[in-house]
Design a protein around this ligand. Structure first.
Ligand code: PGA
Length: 254
């Protein structure tokens, strides 16, 4: 049985005081839900303050991005070791906003993912198709490509710290959610790619989250799907009650 994992991707929102307040609220509601791993992803400047707010609880802290070098002349970037030093245990790689707004390609995503795994971080690799790609029937092809390129040269023993988030781009921040059946179909195919790359054991163990306009209202039907192992939540992660309902839906699945 895979432990469900719910991530709250705060994106470029909150401020220090609001972030601390939100983190404390997440500790209260997630602490009441056993059997679910909960991770919050605040903006980088608030990592330490949020880490302090969740200290001693089961809630973990992750970063929304990382650079692949350990140190050096990379103005503005943050290394995996610096994240570990700040108490981070997770990082996102390949979020669609970084792929499409910041123009990060699959090679960069792979470099970051491997560097983060090497530093001991857990990594959530985000994959997903655009509306056009879905309309022309390329969903599984795009997910396969981003999964294969993202996980290239990852060592099998590192797969235990790897989570995949299927996030159809057209569903992110739009209020449109994939149907539970569509999500299940995409997740099933992504798991098959992991099986092909790393074998049955790794494929059976890897957790695949759904992301894209997840709310308290739709979480239950998504979590009921056999290959949906949690959610990566954007907008609703800024609302403690909504986020709490999503964590509760994941707990109900256990
Ligand atoms: P959303 O964002 O829940 O606001 O759609 C999800 C994400 O980008 O991870």
């Amino acid at each position: 049985m895979r432990t469900p994992i719910i991530g709250g991707n705060w994106k470029m929102n909150t401020n220090r005081a609001l972030g601390v307040e939100l983190a404390r609220a997440v500790v209260k509601l997630a602490g009441a839900q056993g059997g679910v791993q909960t991770v919050v992803f605040p903006p980088l400047p608030y990592l330490l303050a949020v880490g302090e707010a969740v200290r001693g609880s089961a809630v973990q802290v992750g970063a929304q991005d990382v650079y692949h070098a350990e140190k050096g002349a990379f103005t503005g970037e943050v290394s995996p070791g610096m994240l570990v030093d700040c108490g981070c245990t997770w990082v996102l790689a390949g979020h669609s906003e970084r792929r499409h707004v910041i123009h990060e390609g699959d090679d960069m995503v792979n470099l970051k993912l491997r560097a983060a795994l090497h530093a001991g971080l857990g990594v959530i690799l985000c994959v997903g198709e655009s509306l056009h790609q879905r309309d022309v029937g390329e969903t599984n092809h795009i997910n396969e490509k981003q999964t294969r390129l993202g996980l290239r040269e990852v060592r099998p023993e590192e797969m235990a710290r790897l989570v995949i988030a299927y996030e159809p781009i057209w569903a992110i921040g739009t209020g449109k959610t994939a149907t539970a059946d569509d999500a299940q179909d995409a997740h099933w195919h992504i798991r098959a790619v992991v099986r092909d790359m790393f074998g049955s054991e790794a494929a059976g163990a890897v957790r695949i989250q759904y992301g894209g306009s997840v709310t308290g209202a739709n979480a239950q039907s998504l979590m009921a799907m056999p290959d949906v192992d949690g959610a990566l939540v954007g907008g609703a992660s800024l609302k403690p009650d909504e986020f709490g309902a999503i964590v509760a839906a994941a707990a109900a699945r256990v």
